[in-house]
Design a protein around this ligand. Structure first.
Ligand code: ATP
Length: 372
């Protein structure tokens, strides 16, 4: 069941469509990350759901209830912002308990809920400390704990990790992952950080220019982007793109590309000039000629965090721009620093996009390269 539904939602600022006619449902008891580049409308969409921003047109529903005109306080939601909102001068425990007191929750239940979230967020050692003495990361945990203890059906997070240092970021990410795994609440989580979204989300709603362009499980979104934008935005670096050509029809398509040693059989729909996309880590690179490989020039090899090697490659073909591939530590060590190498594209990892940038429903009957 959808817990939050927005219908024909639009928000304009002057001539700018910050939220551009969005119809979308956020599934119950799951974490949906709104992900996208700066200015794509994530925060505006979340603020409309929270009631902090009035939509220019359209509606917001929580379950069957239309909440478009309700103020935030009447929406029974929890909110966590970029900067932790905490009450200084009182302890962590008191911070968490305060809203429960004003909601007139009986003392025994209050104590139970406070203890539960203190454990959930790993705040046990800090429970009796004044929040003024905590770092920003721990304060943010307190802010989250306070919202969770209220047990609203919906909790909205607006970039809660952005303003803490790198170590605290990692800790908070771990704490949130554990928290969201255990909670049954519906969570909407705004971030521009794809690794955060990949770690935390049950599904990612990818936004661009005020619209949700794709919503899928993180792996699906990563491996099967609906358009060139998803391929480019996700990944570090994003997909490598190459011009290619599809000829024929239906089950008798042929794909031609300078990256393939020979034309290959394909089926589906689409023809003419297309874009071939592949994730850099899915390009196979070898020091020796392998079946189905073509020669390439290794321009540079650099080591990345985690020991992977990032390779800059080029082809003798003038229509191909230099591109990146990523290989494991071992595979990278077996390659020369520069010079001739051999590359091949596993066809089951290749995505084709049409001239409008949308993914084409084209598949390859043979995952091995088969010349036609
Ligand atoms: P970021 O990651 O940078 O926060 P975002 O995806 O959350 O970006 P929004 O903050 O929702 O994007 O902004 C969407 C667009 O609307 C941007 O172009 C922004 O400049 C504009 N905008 C947001 N709030 C206002 C406002 N109050 N007045 C005018 N323009 C606004």
């Amino acid at each position: 069941m959808a817990d939050i539904r927005v219908e024909r939602l639009r928000k304009t600022f002057g001539t700018l469509n910050a939220v551009d006619d969005i119809d979308f449902s956020f599934p119950q008891s799951s974490v949906t990350c709104l992900l996208g580049p700066s200015g794509c409308g994530k925060t505006t969409l979340m603020r409309i759901i929270a009631g902090l921003e009035e939509p220019t047109s359209g509606d917001v529903y929580f379950g069957d209830r239309r909440v478009t005109d309700l103020p935030p306080s009447k929406r029974e939601i929890g909110m966590v912002f970029q900067y932790p909102v905490v009450y200084k001068g009182i302890s962590v425990r008191q911070n968490i308990e305060l809203p429960l007191k004003s909601e007139k929750i009986p003392p025994a239940e209050r104590a139970r809920r406070v203890d539960e979230v203190i454990d959930l967020l790993g705040l046990r050692d800090l429970a009796d400390k004044d929040v003024s003495r905590l770092d920003n990361g721990s304060r943010q945990k307190v802010a989250v704990a306070r919202e969770v203890a209220r047990q609203p059906r919906i909790i909205l997070f607006d970039e809660p990790i952005t303003n803490v240092d790198a170590t605290a970021k990692l800790q908070l990410k771990r704490a949130f992952k554990e928290l969201t795994r255990r909670l049954s609440q519906t969570i909407v989580y705004v971030t521009h950080d794809q690794t955060e979204a990949m770690t935390l989300a049950d599904q990612i709603a990818l936004m661009r220019d005020g619209r949700i362009v794709q919503c899928d499980a993180p792996r699906t979104l990563y491996n099967h982007p609906a358009d060139v934008f998803g391929g480019w935005f996700l990944g570090n670096p994003g997909m490598a793109f190459f011009a290619a050509e599809l000829v024929g029809e239906g089950d008798f398509l042929t794909l031609l590309s300078p990256l393939l040693p020979a034309p290959v059989a394909a089926s589906g729909s689409g023809s003419g000039n297309v874009t071939l996309g592949i994730r850099p880590e899915q390009i196979l690179v070898s020091a020796r000629r392998e079946p189905g490989s073509i020669p390439a020039m290794l321009l540079r090899k650099s080591i990345q965090i985690g020991g992977q090697h990032l390779l800059s490659l080029d082809l003798a073909d003038a229509t191909i721009e230099p591109f990146k591939a990523k290989v494991s530590n071992e595979a990278g060590a077996a390659l020369p620093e520069s010079g001739e190498v051999w590359i091949s594209l596993p066809l089951d990892r290749v995505t084709l996009f049409g001239p409008d940038g949308a993914r084409l429903p084209v598949s390859f009957p043979f995952t091995e390269l088969v010349a036609v």
